[in-house]
Design a protein around this ligand. Structure first.
Ligand SMILES: [Zn+2]
Ligand SMILES: [Zn+2]
Length: 132
């Protein structure tokens, strides 16, 4: 289980990622930047230690979306794919080849949840970032 490999790719297939080991967290992020990046209500991120993820194909384009974070996307198909911080390499659940392998563990930035989204599960919920 610890050496499990997870693969991901963008819509056009130019960019491929490979992550090993269990994810640290799998979280709904309701922050404004994720909403703008996705053009939707939230993004679900699968969070790995950065040394456990590698780009196996293509050139991931990066955008510095805040002081601490860069966001990775495909400059051909425009897919939102990743978030990079000092410690973590997050992969959007929607670009995972097998998204059903992951159980979601928490919600973050719930103070930005859109009114049309109903949070009716028992997962931990954090107003802003999760403590970690
Ligand atoms: Zn692409
Ligand atoms: Zn976010």
């Amino acid at each position: 289980m610890n050496n499990q490999t997870h693969t991901a790719q963008c819509m056009c297939g130019n960019i491929k990622l490979e992550a090993t080991g269990p994810a640290n967290y799998v979280e709904y992020c309701h922050c404004k930047t994720c909403q703008q990046s996705a053009g939707s209500s939230y993004i679900i991120w699968v969070i790995f230690d950065k040394e456990n993820v590698k780009i196996t194909s293509g050139d991931l384009s990066l955008y510095q979306s805040s002081e601490a974070l860069k966001r990775g996307f495909c400059n051909n198909c425009g897919a939102t794919m990743t978030v990079h911080s000092a410690r973590h390499f997050d992969i959007a659940l929607g670009v995972m080849d097998k998204p059903d392998e992951f159980d979601i563990t928490q919600h973050i930035w719930t103070k930005r949840v859109l009114k049309c989204i109903k949070l009716n599960d028992d997962l931990p919920k954090y107003e802003e970032s999760a403590p970690n």
